[in-house]
Design a protein around this ligand. Structure first.
Ligand code: PEP
Ligand code: MN
Length: 341
């Protein structure tokens, strides 16, 4: 439920709404828009009626939120959420490009890749230090040493670092080094992890589960938002289908569908969505044409030697081409890929 205030509502009116909500056992979420303030109410809304609020001074309207996710819904927050990441406004007119290897494999590999993607126009650096691998015999990541290398790359290039967290207990460690926490597809519904990451208040890149619906992804985002964490990006990364030509099937529809349902920034990962480097650039173009707010792309200087996901990793030159092409598409749809200073 959303209590929408008049444009000229006084602070005392807003406080009175909050007090009434709290007396009914509800949690309040203040949304200050450019023109008016609204107060979102969550909790047990069954016994709560519009009449509890509509009579209060300064209240313009009381709107029920029809979706099961509340804080993530566009009904709750009609304007797009925009927040800064490394000087780029995520979710606004600007398109943010995150690039880097699937895994941090060594100091030289990561630093070389970081310099190359920065040079090619990336705004943020990705790299996994704790890897969710299908096989227990595959490379599992460098752990804390990998995080230290990522932090060194940030020092050298100025790019914020995005890295995956797989378990709640690792949140304090990873937040010592990272700027954005990635929740991977396999953990989209790891509820203890969602609580822990929501609580830490760091920006989050939340990836869609391999067989999750759009609404399940938005419900997972709701967990993060319910802790007061507002900086959440939802990321389409392909879903499992009967098609075997590609690793996953890019659900390009999900971009405009989510645009209608949520105010959160929407990204696409063309690397995991396709699983083949040849398809990464076309699907990156398609994502931006469809309205994505950003991309996360795997890049490796020598994909044939990569310890994970080499087959879907771009060489730096091809990534530079991706940035050029995506920039042209962005301009065609009224967006912008900022040049880094
Ligand atoms: C990754 O980003 O390397 C990764 C494992 O992604 P996903 O969780 O989408 O499979
Ligand atoms: Mn990967």
């Amino acid at each position: 439920m959303l209590v929408v205030m008049n444009t000229d509502a006084a602070q005392a009116d807003i406080s009175a709404v909050i007090e009434r909500a709290e007396s009914l056992g509800l949690t309040t979420h203040l949304v200050r828009g450019a023109e008016r303030t609204a107060i979102g109410l969550t909790g047990d809304l069954q016994p709560v009626m519009q009449d509890h609020f509509i009579q209060l001074a300064g209240v313009q309207d009381v709107v029920p939120i029809s979706k099961p996710y509340k804080l993530a819904s566009r009904e709750f927050h009609p304007q797009d959420t925009v927040f800064d990441l490394g000087g780029v406004g995520v979710g606004g007119d600007e398109i943010l490009i995150i690039a880097g290897p699937c895994s941090v494999e060594s100091r030289t590999q990561l630093l070389e890749t970081a310099e190359a993607v920065r040079e090619a126009g990336a705004h943020a650096l990705r790299g996994g230090a704790f890897k969710p691998r299908t096989s227990p015999y595959s490379f599992q990541g460098m752990g804390e040493e990998g995080l230290q290398i990522l932090a060194e790359a940030r020092e050298r290039t100025g790019m914020p670092v995005v890295t995956e967290v797989m378990e709640p207990d690792k949140v304090p460690l990873i937040t010592r080094y990272a700027d954005v926490l990635q929740i991977g597809a396999r953990n989209m519904q790891n509820f203890p992890l969602l609580h822990a990451v929501g609580e830490c208040q760091f920006p989050v890149l939340l990836k869609r589960g391999i067989s999750a619906t759009v609404d399940e992804l938005l419900m997972a985002a709701e967990y993060l938002l319910s802790h007061g964490n507002r900086r959440v990006i939802v990321c389409e990364r392909g879903i499992r289908s009967y098609e075997t030509s590609t690793r996953n099937t890019t659900d390009i529809n999900a971009i405009p569908v989510m645009r209608g349902r949520t105010h959160l920034p929407i990204f696409l990962d063309p690397s995991h969505a396709t699983g083949h480097w040849e398809y990464v650039v076309p699907i990156a173009r398609a994502a931006v044409a469809a309205g994505a707010d950003g991309l996360i792309v795997e890049v490796h200087p020598r994909p044939a030697e990569a310890l994970s996901d080499g087959g879907q990793s771009l060489k730096p030159e091809r990534f530079a081409e991706l940035v050029r092409q995506v920039r042209a598409i962005a301009e065609a749809v009224g967006r912008r890929v900022p040049e880094i200073g």
